[in-house]
Design a protein around this ligand. Structure first.
Ligand SMILES: Cc1cc2nc3c(=O)[nH]c(=O)nc-3n(C[C@H](O)[C@H](O)[C@H](O)COP(=O)(O)OP(=O)(O)OC[C@H]3O[C@@H](n4cnc5c(N)ncnc54)[C@H](O)[C@@H]3O)c2cc1C
Length: 735
């Protein structure tokens, strides 16, 4: 008979993280690497990607977007979704320096990120800072996002009659010609008759193209009535004009710079080996002098096989970079990148037509466009078709009550416990009574008799890491916890931190702790509060919490002081729960998610100061706006009328609510106000949406509203009057 083993309690066998991989820039190579990483990660590695925007534009479709054949969404790689797919941390920021000795990258937002291995894919810029007037009146073609954005705005202005359809492109290379054709087509396609597009070149246009392709493109420029101005030295850009050195002036209200592909200045100051500012790499795409750094795409220079700056090389580098990053992190052997000598150029020709150029042969027409369109869409489908990992199936034999496989813990509500269950349990709790504890469970924070006749309020809150960035999570968790103090009209005093870190090597523990505490300290210090201690442990996932205290002279603002006639002011838009639930399910747009995170990360100390004299106040968090207002109505004995149309919501929240996206605590929150009649409007569902680090909602006397709102508006916060208190039995009514 074999030995019997008692399996004991299930062990947490998650492997610790031991290495940091930092991808700087969401260029073509890095986005493909992230996708590959998502499908086959290297255990023990935490990946971070840094990009100035939450999306990265795909160059192949940019001329088609400018021409009006593609939407902006078709062109954009959604880095939030890609980061979720690859389990990576996305940081919105721009790298500005690398300390290669200490392995630290600095960002323009003040953050410093440590790495073991880093890779650069930051592209180039077509900025022309030396050209007088360019920074005020010109748009660089690269980075592509800026151009896409500016062009969409210009088209709108032309359509509204606020701008004339006159555009110019500086730089007569292939990209400049594609852009000029696309602009001319786009402006005419929406009915503009007096379109003027100019292409201005210092020498001769298209001088790098093969013989048969060049005349074909020149003919196209003539067909589109594009003025080609060659051998033109530009003196300056002015509002509405390009001034040429020979005295000519060219009318243009939208001016694109496509003449240069400059490396980013800061790369030259990193100590990395560069040639004309481009990072020199060896065959394995690794920096020639710093082994921990790789560089790919336009910002790199393949020393022994230099190639033109074209997306095709960035794309082809991806599998080699993926393999070599893994090798560098795991001690394996490097692969070599062998760039092709010739490549197929597919050049769009304004209308849905394109030209193919390879080996001196050329083909053009609608069929070439269809081929290009197919190739480009296939490329983008790799990013549009990302799906979250399916939940594991429920075991066949399982305990009663375990009806289905568990949903992943909700990112929208931070996996909170429902309010009904809480009030049932806490309502029956009997404890000791003390004279220096001045409140019972129920308000945002407990009130204790504090020093020097002041009242001290105390509260605690924690959040699980619904976003992969511990620094940002710490900031949001600190603000979330302070919400209870601000809602009582108190000044933050002290904080104790409770941290649960996932399993990490000792080195990473130090890095994560340092990042978390620095972010939290920034929030508390700005509020004049001290972090005085805390407790940390290891667990299944990142959880950050704070116990916070505050002081107030006189009675704290509670839930119970609202009076009929008071107006209700809300200081942040709602919808964080819905957006973050959608983010986890990879259904939210990047800009919505970043908007929600920005809103959560806004401190409210300044706002709370303006509202400190409110009759009643609360912070809108887990129970949703309706649940928290019901708390005020009940405690104050007033009715509340809510004007649904006036409630500010985050971008994307209503659209997601209309699609049926709900955080997992939605039903519990709905049950807190069972009698509330709702209009048939998806926005109404957001009244039950749990908020993280949500706004304050305050009941203030009607005659004080103009002064309060004017102060709040000067603080650049999104505050609105959303309803009023009425002389009715306690309850809510939505109008
Ligand atoms: C109009 C136009 C059309 C083009 N069409 C084609 C084409 O059809 N085929 C082709 O092969 N090539 C084309 N190109 C060239 C192509 O755009 C580039 O070769 C390609 O984009 C290079 O990709 P990349 O990975 O180097 O970086 P990019 O695609 O330029 O991406 C760089 C990323 O890094 C981010 N970033 C920038 N600075 C920082 C920083 N400091 N810190 C962090 N992140 C940063 C940027 O925001 C961007 O997301 C075209 C170029 C233009 C201008």
């Amino acid at each position: 008979m074999g030995k019997a083993h008692n399996p004991g309690l299930p062990m947490n066998t998650t492997l610790p993280l031991t290495r940091e991989l930092l991808l700087i820039g969401g260029g073509h190579t890095h986005t493909l690497v992230l996708r590959m990483w998502g499908m086959n990660p290297l255990p023990g590695v935490r990946v971070t990607v840094v990009n100035p925007h939450p999306t990265a534009a795909y160059s192949g479709m940019l001329p088609g977007f400018v021409a009006g054949h593609y939407s902006r969404e078709a062109l954009d790689i959604d880095l939030v979704r890609l980061a979720r797919f690859s389990n990576a941390r996305l940081i919105i920021g721009r790298a500005t320096g690398i300390d290669t000795a200490n392995r630290v990258v600095t960002l323009d937002n003040g953050r410093a990120l440590q790495y073991h291995i880093a890779s650069l894919d930051v592209g180039v810029t077509s900025d022309l800072p030396e050209l007088p007037g360019f920074s005020a009146h010109g748009i660089p073609a690269k980075p592509l996002d800026g151009l896409a954005h500016a062009w969409a705005d210009f088209r709108k202005a032309v359509a509204a009659g606020e701008a004339h359809p006159k555009a110019a492109v500086i730089g007569g290379g292939v990209a400049g010609v594609e852009l000029a054709l696309a602009m001319a087509h786009s402006l005419r396609a929406f009915g503009q008759s007096n379109v003027e597009v100019s292409l201005i070149e210092r020498f001769n246009i298209l001088n790098t193209l093969s013989k048969p392709a060049r005349p074909a493109l020149l003919r196209k420029l003539t067909d589109f009535s594009i003025s080609v101005i060659e051998n033109a030295e530009i003196a300056a850009l002015e509002k509405g004009f390009v001034r040429v050195a020979d005295g000519r002036s060219i009318a243009a209200e939208f001016i694109v710079g496509a003449a240069s592909a400059q490396p980013q200045d800061w790369l030259g100051e990193t100590g990395l080996d560069v040639a004309q500012g481009f990072v020199n790499v060896d065959k394995s795409l690794r920096s020639t002098n710093v082994a921990q750094i790789f560089a790919v795409g336009d910002c790199a220079r393949m020393g022994d096989a230099p190639r033109p700056k074209a997306g095709v090389f960035a794309v082809r580098q991806a599998p080699v970079l993926y393999a070599n990053l893994r090798a560098a992190l795991s001690g394996g052997a490097m692969q070599k990148f062998r760039p092709q000598k010739q490549y197929l150029r597919l050049i769009s020709l304004g209308k849905q037509s394109a030209l193919a150029d390879k080996w001196g042969l050329r083909l053009s027409g609608a069929s070439v466009w269809r081929l290009k369109d197919r190739i480009d869409r296939k490329f983008m489908d790799q990013f549009h078709d990302l799906r979250p990992m399916a939940a594991p199936a429920a075991p066949r034999l399982r305990a009663q009550g375990l009806d289905q496989a568990p949903e992943p813990l909700c990112g929208g509500c931070g996996a909170k416990i429902g309010g009904v269950a809480l009030s049932q349990v806490l309502g029956g709790l009997q404890g000791a009574k003390r004279g220096d504890v001045l409140s019972a469970i129920g308000d945002d924070a407990a009130t204790l008799s504090g020093p020097a006749g002041q009242n001290q309020v105390i509260s605690t809150d924690h959040l699980r890491g619904f976003w992969h960035d511990p620094g940002l999570m710490a900031r949001i968790a600190a603000i979330h916890a302070l919400g209870d103090i601000w809602a009582m009209g108190a000044k933050p005093q002290a904080a104790l931190a409770t941290l649960i870190l996932p399993r990490l090597s000792p080195e990473l523990q130090r890095m994560w702790m340092a990042e978390i505490m620095a972010a939290a300290n920034e929030v508390f210090a700005a509020e004049g509060a001290m972090i005085v201690g805390g407790h940390s442990s290891q667990g299944a996932e990142l959880t950050i919490g704070f116990t916070v205290t505050g002081l107030r002279d006189g009675a704290p603002v509670g839930l119970g002081g609202a009076r009929a006639g008071d107006q209700l002011i809300l200081t942040k838009p709602i919808g964080t729960g819905t957006i973050m639930a959608a983010e986890m399910a990879m259904r939210a747009r990047a800009s919505w998610v970043i908007g929600a995170l920005d809103s959560m990360a806004r401190r409210q100390g300044d706002v709370a100061e303006v509202l400190a004299g409110a009759n009643a106040m609360t912070d809108v968090t887990g129970f949703g706006l309706a649940g928290h207002l019901a708390g005020i109505a009940k405690a104050s004995g007033v009715g509340i009328e809510l004007m649904l149309a006036d409630i500010p919501v985050l971008d994307g929240a209503v659209e997601l609510a209309a699609q049926g996206v709900r955080s997992s605590i939605y039903a519990d929150n709905r049950a807190l106000v069972p009698d509330l009649d709702l209009p048939d409007d998806p926005k109404a569902e957001l009244l039950f949406d749990p908020q993280t680090a949500g706004g304050l909602v305050a009941a203030v006397p009607g005659d004080s509203v103009p002064a309060i709102l004017s102060k709040l508006n000067s603080l650049d916060c999104n505050s609105h009057v959303i309803g009023r208190c009425v002389d009715q039995p306690p309850g809510l009514r939505v109008i």
